[in-house]
Design a protein around this ligand. Structure first.
Ligand SMILES: Nc1nc2c(ncn2[C@@H]2O[C@H](COP(=O)(O)OP(=O)(O)OP(=O)(O)O)[C@@H](O)[C@H]2O)c(=O)[nH]1
Ligand SMILES: [Mg+2]
Length: 237
């Protein structure tokens, strides 16, 4: 049985964390909660649940630095602990835990990176307003055009990396923090010649807790994408 570790970054997810871990429990995965010292006590809930469940461990970080640095710390820990597959997933039920085995299966079938994708046949978003849909779809379209890649959902954060990918791409060179982190991870994977496969998912807007999406995260992606393309053109990616 391959070892699959779900990296689950949390910031103020006290309403969601326990239900999420209980939903992941039957799937045979390991879960690494990466908590950035959430003021709402999510970190303590994570510790309690790690005591209850063998498949759960917790990485505590001192402060909120954005998704990117949290995931990078999680990736390093998951690889050191022997993961064959490393997954990214939000802890707000936008990503359906029942889709986790589908992402792993896509890698077992030959993908090096499986992306949960809203923008392929069979995928989509539920209960998002027109504004949010436009930002997300427009963001993926912009990135796809700028980078000249065929992947349709570049900003999604539900992914399964094969270990070898994370060992090959230069993780420590990634400084993106928000959506740009997702775009950059997928782009670096493609640049190294790995096989990226999109798996259709239905993305459901969160019903508990609050979004951490911000204007700064959006602008970071707008600025980073052309810089990524330039870095690739200069032979640095
Ligand atoms: N450790 C850590 N987790 C974070 C940070 N920012 C967001 N998260 C977590 O990352 C996941 C996704 O964050 P969300 O707030 O849902 O942001 P999003 O999914 O990009 O935006 P929405 O679609 O509006 O929900 C959630 O599990 C958050 O708790 C952070 O700075 N550090
Ligand atoms: Mg979310």
């Amino acid at each position: 049985m391959p070892v699959a570790t779900v990296c689950l970054p949390t910031y103020n997810e006290r309403e969601n964390l326990e239900a999420m871990l209980r939903a992941l429990a039957p799937l045979g995965v390991r879960v690494l909660v990466i908590d950035d010292n959430s003021p709402d006590g999510t970190g303590e809930i994570a510790d309690r649940l790690a005591g209850e469940f063998d498949f759960v461990s917790v990485l505590h970080r001192e402060r909120k630095e954005g998704l990117g640095p949290a995931y990078l710390a999680g990736f390093h820990r998951a690889l050191a602990d022997g993961a064959d597959y490393v997954l990214e997933m939000d802890c707000d039920f936008s990503h359906d835990p029942r889709d986790v085995p589908r992402l792993i299966a896509a890698c077992e079938a030959g993908a090096d990176l499986a992306l949960g994708s809203r923008y392929v046949e069979g995928g989509g978003t539920e209960n998002w307003g027109a504004g949010r849909r436009l930002v997300s779809f427009g963001g993926s379209f912009y990135a796809r055009a700028m980078l000249g890649v065929g992947v349709r959902d570049l900003t999604g954060g539900f992914k399964c990396y094969r270990r070898r990918v994370l060992e090959t791409i230069d993780l420590d060179a990634i400084h993106s923090k928000g959506y740009a982190f997702q775009i950059e991870g997928t782009y670096r994977t493609l640049r190294k010649g790995f096989r990226v496969v999109e798996v259709p998912i239905r993305f459901i807007d969160r019903t508990a807790g609050h979004s951490k999406m911000s204007r700064a995260i959006f602008l970071e992606a707008v600025v980073r994408v052309p810089r990524l393309r330039l870095a690739a053109l200069a032979g640095r990616l």
